[in-house]
Each structure stands twice: as C-alpha cells, then as structure tokens.
Design a protein around this ligand. Structure first.
Ligand code: PBG
Length: 327
C-alpha cells in the first residue's frame, strides 16, 4: 500500500462495470444452428442423447428454421438422414436426396433470411458409415471420394445451399469442390472447410442423430486428425486456405482452443468452431442431474470459444441461447 497499485478488482465491482469492460461479447449473430432432417418420417423423432433436438421432417425443419430466424440466428447447418444407405452414399448427391429436398424447401420458404450451410459428407449416406468410398481391404479411397464430394457439392448448391461445408477430411477436398463449383457456374458459392477436424470421441451423440454405425467397430483415425497434433492442425488449415476455403473450422471446440487461437493469430479468414454433440450432451446430462447450471456452463464455454478467436460457432445451444439473449 501507500503507492499506486494496479488493482484489477476495481473494474469488477458492479454488473454494469463488468459489462462495460467485457472484452468478448456473445451475440445471436455468432450462432449457427445444426439441424437434422430425416427421410420417410411423418413426425419429428427425438434424439435421445441430445435433449431438445430431433430428426426433423421437412415440414418441421422449415418451422424450426423460421423460429430460429425470428430469434435472429443468422445461419443453420443441415445434415440429412436418408431412408436407405448404400456403399457409395448415393442419396448424398441425388437431387431427390433428403438434404436436397429439404434445401429446396428451405430456400423457397425462407429465401436468404438465413445462411443455409450444407454439411458435405458421405457418412450419413453410406451403409458402412465411413466418410468416403471404401476399398475391398476396408481403407478409404481418398481420390475416389473426392469425385463423390464434387457431385455432392453441385447437388447441394443447385438445391439452394448458400455455403457448402466439407467435413470428411480427405486430402484435396477443398480444391476438388472449388473446381467443381467453378466449372458449373457456381463460383459464388463459398466453402466453409472443416479444416482441423479431430478424430474425437465427442461425436458419439451425433452418430445417433444421423443413424451411423461405422462398419466392423471401425473409427475415423485414418482420415480425421490425431488430437495429439497441434502443428499438423495448422498445416491442415493452411492447405485448405491454399485450396480456396473461404472460411475454416476447428472441431471440436473446447478441446482445441489452442488450435483456434493459433490460427486466429496467423490468418485473416473467418474462423468457425464447432461445439459438437458430445460437448452439448455432457452439459445437458450434468445439468439434468442438477450438478451444474447448464445455461451458465454453455455461455461460459461459448464465450471462451469466441475469446480464443472464433468468429462464429456451430452449437446445439443456438436456439436456447438466442431465446436467452432475447432475440
Ligand atoms: C461428418 C460429421 C460428423 C460431425 C459433423 N459432420 C461426424 C463424424 O465426423 O463422425 C459431428 C458433429 C457433432 O458431433 O456434433 N459428416
């Protein structure tokens, strides 16, 4: 005492003062809502491990999109759950496939009110559950998969997707999709690249949401990244930017804040983070037990993801949070 001290508690004494000096602000503009649409159902089907979420019918999907839009949520990311699956995942690129049907319906009913992001992958559509074309020996064929991704991109963009978001972690996927879109007169459709996507145990509930079981108890470690590798994550991001990604994504979010921060310090492209199904389910499960305050934990996590450097966040809390933020 007796000399000027920097006393940081001075700026924490009232809620208004804390609000004034907050460095990071969470707004409804930061949120992207992941939504699931299932082919061949008359009623929405609840997803057990993701309370509050369902596999929508096309009609209930449109209603949910309208609700989110009215709350001010600027974007959604769509996942399709087909009625039948096959080795090539034909439904993913079929103009009559569930995601394309839903995109056309969304585009005609809400137009440009929300950004329609189409998750671009094969796993929801393949009977073996892998994100690519599987060779007889069980490995995923990178370049054969790229041809399928190019077809899916065209189908999604033609159906009305504003943005395509390749999530399969094949090498060269962004370049393949960019050149397919450009070649088809769709040069104005941006790519949100799942650039640093880790092979994570936190995708468990999502697999229920899209009815995916990986054949033979397999996993995605031969194409998604090893959580041990942070430098490699930056290399993945750099490659995607070089191949023409307009925006890049890091996923999962909370376990990879260092990856987000490092990318933010180096790059100027918009950076997204995906707070994935398992991150959502853990908060919901603990809150249901009364062990944590769910809404507070969700906000703390989302603020931290933004503080790390994410420009926007794909989160299953989007609807709830938009309501809480008074949209
Ligand atoms: C692949 C894809 C997955 C997720 C988004 N896109 C699953 C996977 O890679 O196994 C996971 C999203 C989540 O867990 O919320 N199409």
């Amino acid at each position: 005492m007796g000399f000027p001290e920097r006393r940081l508690r001075r700026l924490r004494s009232t809620p208004a003062l804390r609000r004034l000096v907050a460095e990071t602000r969470l707004s409804v503009d930061d949120l992207v809502a992941p939504l699931f649409v299932r082919e061949g159902v008359d009623e929405p089907v609840p997803i057990r491990s993701m309370p509050g979420h369902q596999q929508h019918t096309v009609a209930s999907l449109v209603l949910e999109a309208k609700r989110l839009s009215a709350l001010g949520v600027p974007a959604l990311v769509l996942f399709g759950v087909p009625a039948s699956k096959d080795p090539l995942g034909r439904g993913a690129s079929d103009p009559q496939g569930i995601a394309q049907v839903a995109l056309r319906e969304l585009r005609s009913s809400i137009g440009d009110e929300m950004v329609l992001v189409a998750d671009l992958c094969l796993d929801e559509y393949t009977d073996h559950g892998h994100c690519g074309i599987v060779r007889p020996d069980g490995t995923v064929d990178n370049d054969a998969t790229l041809e399928r991704y190019a077809e899916i991109a065209l189908a999604q963009a033609e159906a009305g997707a504003h943005v395509v978001a390749p999530s399969g972690m094949m090498d060269g996927q962004v370049a393949a999709i960019r050149s397919a879109l450009d070649g088809a007169g769709l040069a104005s459709v941006p790519i949100l690249a799942y650039a640093a996507k880790f092979a994570s145990a936190l995708y468990g509930p999502f697999r229920e949401a899209v009815d995916v079981t990986i054949a033979g108890g397999g996993d995605r470690r031969a194409y998604q990244e090893d959580p041990a590798n942070g430098r490699e994550a930056q290399a993945e991001i750099d490659l995607d930017v070089a191949e023409g990604a307009d925006m890049i994504m890091v996923k999962p979010a909370i376990t990879n804040l260092d990856v987000i921060a490092r990318a933010r310090a180096r790059l100027e492209v918009p950076i997204a983070a995906y707070q994935v199904s398992g991150e959502y389910a853990m908060v919901k499960a603990a809150a249901a037990q009364g062990w944590v305050e769910g809404a507070a934990v969700a906000i703390e996590q989302l603020v931290s993801i933004k503080r790390a450097g994410a420009d926007f966040i794909l989160t299953y809390f989007a609807g709830e949070l938009a309501e809480a933020l008074g949209g």
